[in-house]
Design a protein around this ligand. Structure first.
Ligand SMILES: Nc1ncnc2c1ncn2[C@@H]1O[C@H](COP(=O)(O)OP(=O)(O)OP(=O)(O)O)[C@@H](O)[C@H]1O
Length: 460
């Protein structure tokens, strides 16, 4: 295996093996550790990557390959980006069509083509929709909100709730870009730090925010009249209704709304129990649901790196560093403490990295994301705070420094899918490298190859 060449500071020439699943296989119930409690990915074939240069090479090739990829995929009926219709046929108003084209979109994706007619139909219909990460859900419900509002009515009509501050800002940016030819439609951000005067009703037609602030704005501050909300969007709906704090607030907001308010729930993942719960709170919903085997994107290739402890993971990461910076990368840690430790140590090695974790103020967090989005830093170390939704086109590689686990320490396959979905946006090729503790008992089929050609063949 590769030595760190002194670059990692530990001085130890730790060897490691990258193993990968080359199949376009979905997540399944037996994973790298052979456990059966819903693990992260499929058991992989083993490949010795004697040099990091193989991953380097694969990433470089994929960047070239990405160039015309979207158009090819949009003509492929098995791709989630495929559509029969054009944006014109989706009956968007001319201002919105202009907005969509100005963002460089040529054709809708599958979820956009199927969800938009349901969301725009009269009488209003509820919808629970699932589509893989990076396939255009956000764009779909932003178009629905912009189509739905009556600009002449100067009060909030659409409410969109998402789990994090960053995500709320990002959704707002999509609304602003798409709606730039609809000057009369205004947007307010219901997020922490956005101070408002009590009792002065908002005039913006669309409000996007996090659940706590939105609830305060509807109740304590009386900035929004929830009875006048006619479209309610729950982004990352599974986490919004399954995790405790979010659930209580989301349900309280939901109770303030009228029966006629249109409910739209979106996510890339819905556990079975969450799906059932969603159906009980959203009556008579249209349903768009993925089959199990469709949940993983086969454009994202997944590898394992076998490490015995943190230090070895760190060494492996240093060995991979050149690959991280070819495009952009995100590194996920389990705790804030680990993320901070990793950032400090990577910096000591002379690597320029950004850290985004929950302890920063919201302004600091927004600034970190903005710098990363603009490519000022190529590598972002983070925790689950960034696992969902964040859309940075350039992200090609996701590293799970720690694999995601739930409160009981079981594999959290939903979070895993969201994390790796930060790479490979809208049909681009992405890579995930998972650092797996060697004490985990993995069953990996050995594949005898040091041969780049063969590996590439398997990847294609
Ligand atoms: N029809 C389209 N044509 C081209 N690009 C698109 C289209 N729709 C969306 N995109 C782009 O694809 C990327 C992913 O879209 P979006 O963020 O809406 O995905 P998502 O399904 O909400 O992802 P996630 O599950 O991670 O939240 C964005 O950069 C967006 O601008």
């Amino acid at each position: 295996g590769p030595a760190c060449g002194g670059r990692c500071g530990s001085g130890a020439a730790t060897s490691f093996t990258l193993t990968s699943n080359f199949s376009s296989a979905p997540k399944c119930n037996t994973g790298p550790d052979g456990t059966d409690h819903g693990s992260w990915t499929k058991e992989g074939d083993r490949v010795d990557l004697a040099e990091q240069s193989l991953l380097n090479k694969l990433i470089r090739r994929s960047l070239v390959w990405n160039r015309n990829r979207v158009e090819v995929l949009q003509r492929d009926p098995v791709s989630p980006l495929f559509s029969v219709k054009t944006f014109e046929e989706l009956r968007l108003v001319p201002e919105l069509l202009k907005g969509v084209y100005s963002m460089g979109f040529n054709r809708p994706s599958r979820i956009q083509e199927s969800a938009l007619p349901m969301m725009l139909a009269q009488p209003l219909q509820n919808l629970i929709a699932q589509s893989q990460s990076g396939t255009g859900k956000t764009a779909a419900f932003c178009l629905a909100m912009l189509s739905h509002v009556k600009p002449a009515n100067m009060w909030p009509q659409c409410l969109c709730v998402s789990p994090t501050y960053e995500l709320a800002l990002q959704i707002g940016q999509v609304v602003e870009q798409m709606g730039k030819f609809c000057p009369d439609v205004k947007l307010a951000y219901g997020v922490r730090g956005n101070r408002m005067e009590r009792g002065v009703k908002l005039q913006e037609q669309i409000v996007i925010g996090t659940p706590g602030t939105i609830l305060d704005w509807c109740t304590k501050y009386k900035l929004i009249d929830p009875k006048k909300i006619s479209m309610f969007v729950l982004d990352e709906a599974d986490v919004m209704i399954a995790t405790q704090g979010h659930r209580d607030q989301s349900i309280r907001i939901h109770r303030l709304l009228t029966k006629n308010c249109q409910m739209l729930l979106f996510s890339a993942t819905f556990e079975d129990s969450v799906w059932k719960f969603a159906e009980t709170i959203v009556p008579d919903a249209n349903i768009i649901r993925l089959k199990r085997e469709e949940e993983t994107l086969d454009t994202i290739k997944q590898f394992y790196v076998v490490c015995k402890d943190e230090q070895e993971k760190f060494t492996a990461l240093c060995n991979l560093y050149a690959s991280l910076t070819i495009a952009q990368a995100m590194i996920f840690c389990h705790t804030r403490k680990m993320a901070a430790w990793l950032t400090t140590n990577l910096s000591k090695e002379g690597h320029q990295v950004a850290l985004l974790s929950g302890e920063l103020t919201v302004e600091q967090r927004a600034a970190v994301i903005e710098r990363y989005r603009n490519g000022k830093e190529k590598v972002l170390v983070t925790t689950n705070v960034c696992s969902r939704g964040i859309d940075v086109e350039q992200v090609t590689l996701v590293v799970n420094f720690d694999l995601p686990v739930d409160m009981e320490g079981n594999a959290d396959s939903e979070t895993y899918l969201h994390r790796i979905g930060r790479a490979g946006r809208f049909g681009r090729r992405g890579f995930a490298v998972n650092m797996v503790d060697s004490q985990q008992n993995r069953k990996i089929k050995q594949l005898d190859t040091n041969n780049l050609e063969e590996v590439e063949l398997l990847m294609s």
